[in-house]
Structures are given as structure tokens and as C-alpha cells.
Design a protein. Structure first.
Length: 287
């Protein structure tokens, strides 16, 4: 039976491929061609597109860890530039171009791409929808016929499913978006400067979160206290557990095979420079 560690391992292996949508030049170019301006308009339009024409409040709620003012500076204005359907088409065009550069023109038609897509599709089909808004929205997006794009879409469903569960684990422990990033910085997953710049929290909001977590005895200066270490470990364990269902449905042989297929993909993305060091996603190195 697949363990929670399986969920973490497959996330670590698959996330760089999904994250081409954030870091690849081709995706930003596709956003510009669709009428979007700059990195963040493209980010919010492409990631929120499965939700439809939603406002800043819904995006703040579902993305969870962005400062509300940071979201409101881009949403709902992005929908004046591109419709959700247009954003979905543009993001696939950008991913397609990025994949062909990173993995080569022949890889999208390879047996390995087709096999990985089939395995990811089987796992994504087992995603449970209640309480999983971003995962649910992405399950309604048609899976492309091309294997490399099907793989990307299905891994996107699975990572948003994991993210929805992570948000639930944070909410249960009354950790808000700013607090989540303070804990991530204290745990050494991403630097404070990266997180503030990439999620919109100013110094006042950050310092307020530090004060609240210090009062809860989760921080000892800039580091996690013993209690903080325990609570962060519990949040991560709950996240892994809540992400496990689709991987259990796939089964251990399928999970192991998908991990073997994702390993070279991850290495190619990293080697191409499309997975920045210390990026704010905070994905661990795969085991």
C-alpha cells in the first residue's frame, strides 16, 4: 500500500514539470501574445483560468498564501485582457513550446511520454473533489490528446489537489498565508526575501506574523522552536496524508513506474534552468 512518503516523492519529482508554466520563457511569451502584461498577470490568469471569471476574493481564498492586495492588483483585471478559455489555450501553447525545448522535439511523441501520461491520468481520475476547489476546477479542463500535454494537465490536477489539502492543514492549525511563509523561511525551505517578493507580503505583515508565531512558541528568533518543528512536521505529514488518495488508486507498481519516468524529466527541467534555486514553491529534493 502506498505510504504518505509516496505522495511527497511524486510531488517532488513532478512539480518542476508543472512549474514550466511559471518559469519558462515560452509560457511568458504565450501570456504576452494573449494580451497579458508581465509575469504576474500571466501567473494569475493561467493558474486561475480553470475557475472561470472570478474576482480577487476567490483567488485569494483558493491560492491561500498570497497577500490580498497583491492579488487584487492583478485580478479581476486579467480578465479584461484574456478570457479564461483564452488563458487555458495560451498556457498549453506555452507549455508545449517549453517542453519541446527542454526535452527535445522527439520526446512528446515518445513511448515514455505516453506511458507517463497514462499513469498520471489514472491517478488524476481518482482525485476526490469535495473541499478541493483548484483540483476540482482543473479536473473540468479537458485533457489534451498529446501525451506531453496530457501529462502536464494531469500533474497539474494532482499538484493542486495536494495544495488544497495543504491549505486545509494550515487552516486547521490557524496558520494564515503570511504565517505559512514565515514558517517556510524558518525551516530553510525558501529565503524571506524570495517569499515576500513572490507572494506580496510587506515587512509589516511579515513582522506581525513573526510576532504571532512567537507568541504561540513556534519560533525562537528566526528559527523554529522545538514546538515549531513539531507543528511544521505535523502540517507536512497531514499534507502528504491528504494527498495520498490518488496515488493509492494508482497502486505501488504504477507509482514506482511513474517516479522512474518523471526522474529524467525533472533532471532535464533543472538542467535547462527552468527550476530556479530557492524558488518560493519550496519543493524538497526527491528521495
Amino acid at each position: 500500500m502506498s505510504s504518505p512518503g509516496t505522495a511527497r516523492r511524486l510531488w517532488a519529482l513532478g512539480e518542476p514539470f508543472h512549474a514550466l508554466i511559471y518559469f519558462a520563457d515560452e509560457v511568458r511569451g504565450a501570456g504576452a501574445a494573449a494580451g497579458l502584461t508581465g509575469f504576474w498577470q500571466t501567473y494569475f490568469a493561467f493558474r486561475a483560468a480553470p475557475l472561470g471569471v472570478v474576482g480577487a476574493e476567490v483567488v485569494t481564498a483558493t491560492f491561500y498564501n498570497f497577500a490580498p492586495s497583491f492579488v487584487a492588483a492583478r485580478v479581476p483585471a486579467v480578465w479584461d485582457a484574456v478570457s479564461p478559455a483564452g488563458a487555458l489555450g495560451a498556457r498549453l501553447a506555452g507549455v508545449d513550446a517549453a517542453v519541446r525545448r527542454v526535452l527535445g522535439e522527439d520526446w512528446p511523441d515518445s513511448a515514455e511520454a505516453a506511458e507517463a501520461a497514462d499513469l498520471a491520468r489514472a491517478a488524476a481520475a481518482a482525485v476526490d473533489l469535495p473541499g478541493r476547489p483548484l483540483a476540482a476546477a482543473n479536473t473540468a479542463v479537458p485533457v489534451p490528446e498529446e501525451p506531453h500535454l496530457a501529462l502536464w494537465q494531469c500533474l497539474t490536477v494532482l499538484r493542486e489537489h495536494r495544495g488544497d489539502g495543504h491549505n486545509a492543514a494550515l487552516l486547521q492549525r490557524e496558520v494564515d498565508g503570511a504565517g505559512a511563509h514565515v514558517l517556510a523561511a524558518a525551516a530553510g525551505r525558501s529565503p524571506r526575501e524570495w517569499l515576500q517578493r513572490a507572494r506580496g507580503w510587506d515587512d509589516a505583515a511579515w513582522d506581525d506574523a513573526v510576532e504571532r508565531l512567537t507568541e504561540r512558541h513556534w519560533l525562537d528568533g528566526d528559527a523554529l522552536s522545538a514546538e515549531g518543528l513539531t507543528m511544521v512536521a505535523a502540517i507536512e505529514a497531514d499534507t502528504d496524508r491528504l494527498a495520498l488518495g490518488p496515488w493509492q488508486a494508482l497502486g505501488d507498481p504504477g507509482c514506482d513506474r511513474l517516479a522512474a519516468l518523471l526522474g529524467p524529466i525533472r533532471r532535464a527541467v533543472v538542467a535547462a534552468g527552468d527550476w530556479p534555486v530557492h524558488n518560493p514553491i519550496g519543493v524538497p529534493e526527491p528521495d
